[in-house]
Design a binder for this molecule. Structure first.
Ligand code: RIB
Length: 295
């Protein structure tokens, strides 16, 4: 009997998040006192992998950490979510990445990332990583060229490629490499220009089959070649912290597609989960809280 093709590969960053709750974002030259501080595992890739695995989808993380306590904590957090961490690279020469996050009272954030070991992640992964994979999800807090190398290998192994172009791509998207692009409004503007909403066939214009544009409280739009735009509204939520909501969205959407759901159902699940994530503090920590509540 043929092996079931059902796992999700997540290629991306792993960080230690240092979170400061602040009364406001500091202006240049201003010194502020934080209201509270906390630390937790984060990173766009790690958050996405955790969110996907917590949905019960078989998820494998391809990322890099330092040979340090932050790296060990990240591995433990990912494994607690059910992520297969066997492909993780442990660098002796670079420390685990660190993200310095300010969160304001309205839940908005600013993030500055020190890449550390994320900068040495390689896309030249062993062929065994691709066994039984249906989708690969990539984000860009790791070297862009390595992400594209990984995407090329995934495609060669018959694995569909989803790119969460966050942070924004610095160059054009290679044509025909990505099946699904997941971006927010700022990221699609930097790829397709600020008049992107006027483009008749957005997927063809950016060289992919499908584009999902997330619009925060205004919901999500799905653009597919030859199909009218489909909109999924967001739920009304009490926002505490928006950190990692985009990662929650991407992870849950890809988890659903990997399990065989259609796009509409995957978007519905992802939109609802991202809204719930905004109601809790932290990124990955919010996903664990959701799981506890649902247990
Ligand atoms: O998207 C949220 C994530 O961005 C945080 O966890 C932080 O690590 C930064 O990478």
């Amino acid at each position: 009997m043929a092996e079931q093709v059902s796992s999700l590969l997540v290629f991306g960053s792993i960080n230690q998040d240092i979170v400061l709750r602040v009364p406001e974002f500091p202006e240049p030259g201003q010194t502020l006192k934080a209201l509270s501080t906390s630390r937790a595992t984060g990173g766009k890739g790690a958050n996405q992998a955790a969110a996907a695995a917590l949905q019960g989808t078989t998820t494998r993380m391809i990322g890099a950490v330092g040979n340090d306590p932050g790296g060990s904590e990240a591995r433990s957090a990912l494994e607690a979510a059910g992520v297969d961490t066997s492909p993780l690279l442990v660098s002796d020469g670079a420390a685990t990445g660190t993200a310095y996050i300010n969160v304001r009272g309205d839940g908005e954030n600013t993030i500055v990332v020190e890449p550390g070991a994320n900068a040495v992640l390689s896309g030249k992964t062993a062929d065994s990583v691709f066994a039984d994979a249906r989708w690969a999800l990539l984000s860009l807090e790791v070297p862009e060229t390595e992400a594209m190398e990984f995407a090329t290998r995934a495609q060669r192994h018959g694995v569909q490629v989803a790119l969460n172009a966050s942070p924004s791509l610095t160059g054009p998207l290679p044509q025909g490499l990505v099946d699904l692009l997941i971006v927010n409004e700022g990221e699609i503007s930097s790829l397709a220009g600020s008049a992107w909403e006027q483009i008749e066939d957005l997927p063809t214009a950016v060289g992919v089959e499908s584009v999902v544009v997330t619009r925060g409280g205004a919901g999500v739009d799905l653009f597919q070649r030859g199909v009218p735009v489909q909109h999924v509204p967001a739920d009304a939520v009490r926002v505490v912290d928006t950190t990692g909501c985009g990662d929650a969205f991407a992870g849950v959407m890809m988890a659903a597609l990997t399990r065989g759901a259609g796009y509409q159902e995957a978007l519905r699940q992802a939109t609802s989960y991202a809204g719930r994530a905004a109601e809790h503090p932290g990124a990955m920590s919010a996903y664990f809280l959701i799981s506890e509540r649902d247990a």
